[in-house]
Structures are given as structure tokens and as C-alpha cells.
Write a protein that binds this ligand. Structure first.
Ligand code: ZN
Length: 524
């Protein structure tokens, strides 16, 4: 087996050995015998969107378990996280303008909101509700109405290209670290805003039902007909799910709002078929599988993962069947090339990511470490990232056996490097690991943090958790959480490249003499 040192400056890098024979085999398998698109296609086109706890998410759990078993992985299983809430699905949605003229309008339902139980017809009415006290003025006025919840919005003409890959300047810019400003002030503001939003949503849901409103419409956050829609109502059994609620394409919504401004009577027909698939709150499920290590380090763990759940109107393609297909492909490649890692390599396909990293956070708490649960119900209602300190970190046995976690969830774009997450000691190691992939565009190690996805669940408890730098493509212009998040926006070559790099990174992490270095834990 050929072991060689790559010519990277710095003492640590000079000592970081990379098994180029193994990297060669990984690249051959990843580039010439790839199955990443077959996996991706099945998840997006055969199964479709995978809202957490929906029947399609259960199908995805079962299908991925089957694939892992077929590829010869060990310990293939689902692991539950408690009390996520109810499952939900929709099968149809239509909104029509019946007057002053007829027109089909483009709108899709928010997840966890009720159906209309057949077509309903009513007049559109614009309401302005920014705080709970704004509800009072509408008492006795909403019966039989279809509510427009937002003001009209000016069309935003695009100035940038829709799709975007990093150039040298962009990658150089990513390597600058911004010293944090006074983040605490922002944090208390964020907590206040979060609590207020939650309270307003709960109060509005109950109020609209009590007043007999028929449905509500919100404007899509993006223009150009793109419907960008997440959740509404409530996934928790026993809470008000409100009235049927849909998000409408901005250009259609604005037509309605302008007609109302002209004081025209706007008559609409809404028909939504949607249902909760459970009566009571259910656990969610992550899917896990392993290549078991061998020798004295077999009890140590290297992890890779991506979230398998998605929003419900596209097919959850870039967010995040792409990540799931890449992580699965990395495991398939390692088996195919006959890798015999020292440490155990464990893949996790998370659920509940879109609702606040619920699946990965629960998994980390059960297996590695957690801060004590708050007792104050107000604190408990906040996402973990916004809670006040509840005391010292409580570590489990596997905390000290853990090396690193690698995540993919920034769309489907090619890997251009990795964020070191303020862990300076891993930077030269990652530079050495990236060198055999410099020729396919992956060169950059940025010291900065990146957030908003499942590696944060590890990072928060002081475990090395990383997310790759990816080309953005049209992720944040067309695709993210929109009904256009489909197969079409993906490039097969990008997924092949990413799978090769992930397979190589986790193999290197599993074989290296030491576990990956940790940065000091910032105790909350
Ligand atoms: Zn995502």
C-alpha cells in the first residue's frame, strides 16, 4: 500500500499521510461505476417529497435500509426520536378566481394545515395582523372569508445570474474570518422574536377557526412564479391547526391584492385535499448503518450524514436527496473498494432537520452528549440554540470514542472545500485530504463556521462536525424549500465528485493514527 506525504506547508500537514492507493480506488469507483444518480432518482422520483413523519418518509427509511443491507453494511436500523408530532400529506390543491373574472391561481398548501373538505367559495379579504392585539379589530368580520395575510410586494428584478459557481475570488473571500460582534444582543432579540412569532401563529390559528374564516393565503417569498412554502398549522396533536392555509405565487397574489385595493369584490374557490396521517404524536426515525471497524480502534466512530426529510411541494431534490444520495454512495464505494477501516464508519440519514435539526440533535444527545433539559416550560418551548444555559454538558461513553462527523446540506453543488468550523488544528489535515481532489475543484479550507444544518448538533456539544463548501448553483434563487426543488436542478458530475470526496474523508478519518483534534468547548 502506497503511503505518501503531500507537499503541504506547515508541520502538521507535512506529517499527514494520505493513502493514495485507496484514494485512487475510491475515485475509480466514484467516477466510473457511480450509482449516485440511481439512488438520487429513486428518492426524488419514485418516493418523492419526504416530509418528516409522512408516509413517504417511512418509505424512504425502509428503502434506504434495504439498500444498505444489499450493499453489505452492518447494524442497519432506524432509530426513533420521541414525540415529533403527527404525519401529514396533501394530494391536491387548487385556487381559482371566480370574480371579477375567472383565472386559475398557483398556490400550494402549508404543511400541517387542514384540507377544505371539498371546494369552498368566499370573498377575499386583506387582513393586517402583526401582533396578537391586531386580531381584535377583526372580531365578527371573518366568517366565510378567504384571508390574504400579506401586503402586496413589488417585483424584484434579478441582477445576478440565477445559477452560480464559486470563482477564485469567491473562494478567497470565504477564507477570511470575521471576528464576532456583540452576538448576545442579537440572541436575546432572536429569542424574543421567535417567541412572539410562535404566540402569534397559535393565536391566529385559533382565532381564524373560531371566526369561521374559510382559508388563508400568504405571498410566496420569491418572485417568478416560484412557490416557496414550509409549514403552518401545527404538527402537535391537541393544538389548533388553523384554517386551510396556502402560499401563492407572488405575481398571482399581487393581482388579488391590487383588485382589493381598487375595492373590487374578489371571489375565490379553494379546494385542498390534505390530511393528518396520525391521531396522536409519533416518534420520528433516523436511518443508520455501519462499516464496522477492526482492531483496537473498532470502538471509535467516524460519522457521515445528511437529512432525508424534506419539505412537501417539490421532491426534496437539492434539499436534500442530493446529500443523502452522496452519503449513501460514499458508503457503497467504501464497501465496493473493500475498505477495512480501523474505526467504525457510521452513516446517518436524519429526519426532522427542517423542523430544527430534531433528529440529529436527539441522536447526539442519546449517544454522545447533551446539556440538561430545561425545566421552565418557556425555555423548553425554544429551539435548543436559543435556550439559556442549563448547566454543564453531560457526556456519554461514546463522547471520547468519537472522531468526526461530515455533513452535506448546502444544495447539490460540487464540493469546493470544507469549513473547519473554527477548529484550526484540523485545517492542515483537511488541506492534505483535499489535495488529491484539487484537480476536481475542491481546494479550500475556510476556518469560519457555517450553520443551519445537522453538523451543528455535534458542534454544539464540542464534537468535530463539518459541512463542505459547495457551489451554490441556483439553490438560493430557485430551489431551496420551493416547489421547484426537483431532479432537473442537479448535475450528476457534482454528486459523483462529492461522493468521492466524502468516501475519502471518512476513510482517512477512520485510518488516521489519532482521532481528529477538537477545539475548546464553548460552554453555554
Ligand atoms: Zn436541508
Amino acid at each position: 500500500m502506497l503511503m505518501m506525504c503531500l507537499g503541504i506547508s506547515g508541520v502538521a500537514a507535512a506529517q499527514e499521510a494520505v493513502d493514495l492507493d485507496m484514494v485512487n480506488r475510491i475515485r475509480q469507483e466514484a467516477f466510473h461505476r457511480s450509482q449516485v444518480m440511481a439512488t438520487f432518482s429513486h428518492l426524488t422520483e419514485n418516493i418523492g417529497p419526504r416530509l418528516t413523519n409522512s408516509p413517504q418518509m417511512a418509505q424512504a427509511n425502509a428503502w434506504t435500509r434495504g439498500k444498505f443491507s444489499e450493499w453489505g453494511l452492518a447494524n442497519v436500523h432506524d432509530e426513533a426520536f420521541d414525540d415529533f408530532g403527527r404525519g401529514w400529506e396533501f394530494s391536491n390543491a387548487s385556487v381559482e378566481m371566480l370574480g371579477p373574472r375567472t383565472l386559475p391561481l398557483h398556490a400550494l398548501p402549508k404543511a400541517w394545515t387542514p384540507g377544505t373538505n371539498g371546494p369552498v367559495e368566499g370573498e377575499a379579504m386583506l387582513v393586517t395582523i402583526k401582533t396578537v392585539s391586531d386580531l381584535d379589530q377583526y372580531k365578527g368580520k371573518l366568517a366565510g372569508k378567504i384571508l390574504l395575510l400579506n401586503e402586496m410586494r413589488d417585483y424584484k428584478r434579478g441582477v445576478d445570474a440565477d445559477s452560480h459557481r464559486h470563482d477564485e475570488a469567491g473562494l478567497a473571500e470565504l477564507q477570511a474570518f470575521a471576528v464576532p460582534s456583540d452576538t448576545d444582543k442579537d440572541r436575546s432579540k432572536r429569542i424574543k422574536e421567535y417567541a412572539e412569532r410562535q404566540e402569534l401563529a397559535r393565536a391566529s390559528n385559533a382565532f381564524f377557526v373560531a371566526e369561521g374564516a374559510l382559508a388563508s393565503l400568504s405571498i410566496s417569498g420569491w418572485d417568478n412564479g416560484i412557490i416557496r412554502v414550509g409549514g403552518g398549522g401545527s404538527r402537535k396533536a391537541g393544538e389548533s391547526v388553523g384554517v386551510p392555509a396556502l402560499t401563492m405565487a407572488a405575481e398571482h397574489y399581487n393581482q388579488l391584492a391590487r383588485a382589493l385595493e381598487r375595492e373590487q369584490v374578489v371571489k375565490l374557490r379553494v379546494n385542498v385535499q390534505a390530511r393528518f396521517t396520525d391521531e396522536t404524536d409519533q416518534p420520528g426515525y433516523n436511518t443508520l448503518a455501519e462499516i464496522t471497524g477492526s482492531g483496537r480502534k473498532a470502538g471509535e466512530i467516524v460519522m457521515l450524514g445528511a437529512h432525508m426529510d424534506s419539505w412537501h411541494t417539490g421532491t426534496g431534490a437539492a434539499d436534500n436527496a442530493a446529500g443523502v444520495a452522496v452519503m449513501m454512495e460514499a458508503m457503497r464505494i467504501l464497501k465496493a473498494v473493500g475498505a477495512k477501516p480501523h474505526r467504525t464508519i457510521r452513516v446517518a440519514l436524519w429526519s426532522g432537520e427542517e423542523q430544527g435539526l430534531v433528529g440529529s440533535q436527539d441522536y447526539v444527545a442519546r449517544h454522545f452528549a447533551a446539556y440538561p433539559e430545561p425545566t421552565d416550560p418557556k425555555q423548553k418551548a425554544l429551539p435548543v440554540s436559543l435556550r439559556e444555559s442549563t448547566g454543564a454538558l453531560q457526556k456519554k461513553r461514546d463522547y471520547d470514542r468519537f472522531s468526526a462527523y461530515f455533513n452535506m446540506d448546502n444544495g447539490s453543488g460540487r464540493f469546493r472545500g470544507i469549513y473547519a468550523q473554527e477548529n484550526l488544528a484540523v485545517a492542515p489535515i483537511f488541506k492534505a485530504w483535499l489535495e488529491p481532489f484539487n484537480d476536481v475543484g475542491a481546494t479550500t479550507v475556510a476556518t469560519r463556521n457555517t450553520g443551519s444544518t445537522d453538523h451543528v448538533s455535534f458542534d454544539r456539544v464540542g464534537l468535530p462536525g463539518f459541512q463542505f463548501i459547495q457551489d451554490r448553483l441556483d439553490y438560493f434563487s430557485n430551489v431551496h424549500h420551493s416547489h421547484l426543488d426537483t431532479w432537473d436542478h442537479i448535475e450528476a458530475e457534482d454528486l459523483k465528485q462529492a461522493a468521492a470526496i466524502v468516501a475519502s474523508f471518512v476513510y482517512n478519518a477512520a485510518m488516521r493514527e489519532e482521532k481528529l483534534p477538537r477545539k475548546p468547548l464553548l460552554e453555554k
